[in-house]
Design a protein. Sequence first.
Lengths: 214, 355
Amino acid sequence: MIVHDLLLAISVSLKTSGLAALIASFLAVPAALFLAGTEFRGKRAVLLINQTWMAAPTVVIGLLFYSLLGRSGPLGRLGLLYTQTAMTVGQVFLILPLIIGFSYTALRQVDRRARLTALTLGASPRQAGWVVLREARFALLVAVLAGFARAVSEVGIAMMLGGNIRNATRNITTAIALETAKGEFSNGVALGAILLVITLGINVLVQVGLRSRD
Amino acid sequence: MRETAYALEGIRYAYPGSAGPFRLEFDSLRIGAGDMLALVGPNGAGKTTLLLILALLARPSQGKLEFFGEDPWTGDDTAVRSRREAVLVTHHPYLFKGTVFDNLAFGLKVRRVPEAEWQSRIKEALTLVELSGLERKPSSGLSAGQAQRVALARALVLRPRVLLLDEPTANIEAGLALRVEAIVQETCHKMGTTVVFSTHNFSQASRLGDEILYLSDGRRVSFSHENCFSGTAETDGRRSWIEPRPGVRIVFEGRRTGHLTCVINPAKIRLFAAGDPAAGNGPNVFAGRVTRLEITGADLALVRVSGGLTFRVTIPLTEIETRGVSLSRPVLVRFGPEAVELIGSGAESRDNTHD
């Protein structure tokens, strides 16, 4: 595998999975904040469905979106199949329940007095919500990073919705699958190591950045 | 005429979504601007609920509340704006993660106070609570007493019109408690801040409060919850009684049955030296020893007598000597059946209540 291909695969992985983690976080954290701060009928069922959804195999999500985005599917005319956008959309759905679940747990663990204290000091309900998020920021960050890790390491969705097209939708995991199929096991292992190093680097950078701000 | 900070009329409060009885019921309450009001009552009396209502954090289910002449509940913005005038320091205050400075700056930030002022105001507030130089200390590294004072400084730095304190000295040692009392008193008098604080401590309430509001079971009562006893009432038709402890009977007037709670006004209890025949043989005479003797700020002594039951009695300072009251001394306490006030019961007849 030439260096150019390798760099492109890394770039596709970071772009699609990074964007998926970002979009999923914007959806999941407010949802978790709502779930953690509100009691309503059916909340347990919602949490149960979310937990079940966490275990959904990547190929099943891939298959679901394949049938939606395929030429004969209801969203086929959008022409998204075998694009990076399709990979991102699929990954968002993969990691959404994971980030909701982790964030919900993180927010439930914030001292209940935090919100009340913010309100007593004159914060508006929205500002008090931010305080709760701020108090849980490390745990929320772990939730987002876990989501990113799940997205960047999955292969089913990337393969089914991206199609493993060279210089277009091939990312690290689909490249590993290809190298393995070709019998180039050492290349596969090397790509796996690169994936881990990238994930480690991102984790370290974000944690260090957050701690220095604290 | 002095401005009115709070005017409450026909206030009823039940927890949101609760089908149960009202947690708090007040026909009327007026708190003057610059006043210091003490709320005294046992756990569950409604002190914290009233403070949350006064802090505009809980909206009354019924009734009318005016805050400096305005209805704060006309809209969300009005509530937030009014809430910024009344700061509540909760019981077991919570400090945000970060430094002491971050904690004190929070309220200034949400009020959009110019950042140039923060430093001096925070320094001033920390000096007031004797914690100068602690700005950069992480809040997680503070002792309970320091945390309590940081919470107080966090409220004082905002220079609120109303300071609401939920048991401000409950978690700190006695010496520090006196210092906190002094700070609160100084703030109230010097800056004209209206202060409402809750306490279990009757002597603290008398020392600090311009006025004392006694609460029991979510309602205003005419005197302290001190001497509060519960039991199942029995009656002989003319009088009734409860036995808070087996064999120890408190007799009161009227016919009552069922579980009930009664209180005896500490001022209506008389003290006698042990063996004094003047105590008589009637009902409600109890022997005990003086286990606490405290001078309150109102020329009164608060005496705790422990025996089969524990009573708190207030007597004028001048009578301490004439009645032979001193620590560890055996004494008799006596009160008439008419001094027993029944509160918060669901028994069938209420002919003995006089609140």
